[in-house]
Design a protein around this ligand. Structure first.
Ligand SMILES: NC(=O)c1ccc[n+]([C@@H]2O[C@H](COP(=O)([O-])OP(=O)(O)OC[C@H]3O[C@@H](n4cnc5c(N)ncnc54)[C@H](OP(=O)(O)O)[C@@H]3O)[C@@H](O)[C@H]2O)c1
Length: 266
């Protein structure tokens, strides 16, 4: 897709990764819609993008993607702007041991990270089908390959999103719609609690800047034949090892357990 061509809609664009993707994608867009619940943050990001790209049609869409009303609002905006790129990026995380996580928190996690992008994609499919070519990029996580202690519900949601992406990609293989799964590793955004950041520091886990993640996102967008992209070494190698030799990864995570327990839920 050439410059100024995408009609893109990004959920969670008031946050760290979504905001950085919006900034990076803007020069390649004819129209851009930034979705989230925080109107002030979305308005200010739209204003900044408009300042840098005066010819770009950029607008906020204030919507909670976990509600049918919110998804209907997003679908109406997508129809109006003739959307051909959907980035399902909105997400949440709790870093907490599973038996200390409330039922409500588990439900909220699966609703936000898995059910909402699935149902939103479904209401957006007619809009995407009306375009000659279109793209759906689901923002998962390296934890969608490599489940992590203290992130059981989050890992489940991101594994689920990867399964959804794979099935939908195959279901739409004879259409003009391509589906990709994008998996960042730990990134410096408000999604990570202080305890998670302290754990990463103690275990020497690298945390990317959102701008670096946005560059990796653009690289995936430029390769429509790729089904997925994992960001960062050695995480992408561990994800591969986990698929073929999960016992090896079990052993290494078992060694980290006392440290993880010290930080989880703080
Ligand atoms: N940060 C990391 O370490 C990391 C690593 C791998 C993958 N990821 C994934 O990257 C994505 C973005 O995360 P981030 O790190 O940028 O987090 P973030 O800065 O906390 O941003 C999360 C975004 O999701 C939006 N959101 C949450 N619930 C929503 C809802 N019900 N309806 C609409 N929007 C909602 C928030 O917007 P409002 O508050 O305005 O609604 C916010 O814009 C997530 O899917 C996350 O799982 C993050």
């Amino acid at each position: 897709m050439s410059a100024n061509a995408w009609h893109a809609l990004i959920t969670g664009a008031s946050g760290g990764i979504g905001g950085a993707i919006a900034d990076a994608l803007a020069p390649r867009c004819a129209a851009l819609r930034l979705v989230g619940r925080n109107a002030a943050k979305l308005e200010s990001r739209c204003a900044a993008i408009r300042g840098a790209h005066p010819n770009l049609d950029v607008q906020p869409v204030i919507a909670d993607v976990t509600t049918a009303d919110g998804r209907a609002r997003v679908a109406a905006a997508a129809r109006d702007m003739k959307c051909d790129l959907v980035v399902n990026n909105a997400g949440i995380n709790d870093f907490v041991l599973f038996d200390a996580q409330s039922d409500a928190a588990v439900e909220r996690m699966l609703e936000t990270n898995l059910l909402a992008p699935m149902l939103l994609t479904r209401v957006l499919l007619p809009v995407l089908r009306a375009r000659k070519a279109a793209r759906i990029v689901n923002v998962g996580s390296i934890f969608g390959y490599l489940a992590y202690p203290g992130c059981a519900a989050y890992s489940a949601s991101k594994f689920g999103l990867r399964g959804f992406s794979e099935a939908l990609r195959r279901e739409l293989a004879d259409t003009g719609i391509k589906v990709q799964y994008f998996a960042p590793r730990a990134t410096r955004t408000p999604l990570n609690s202080d305890a998670m950041c302290q754990l990463n520091a103690e275990l020497k886990v690298a945390m990317d800047a959102p701008e670096a993640v946005a560059r990796a996102f653009l690289a995936l967008l430029d390769r429509p034949s790729r089904a997925e992209s994992r960001v960062g070494f050695p995480e992408k190698l561990f994800a591969r090892i986990n698929q073929v030799l999960p016992g090896l990864v079990d052993g290494s995570m078992r060694k980290q357990l006392p440290v993880i327990r010290r930080f989880a839920g703080k």
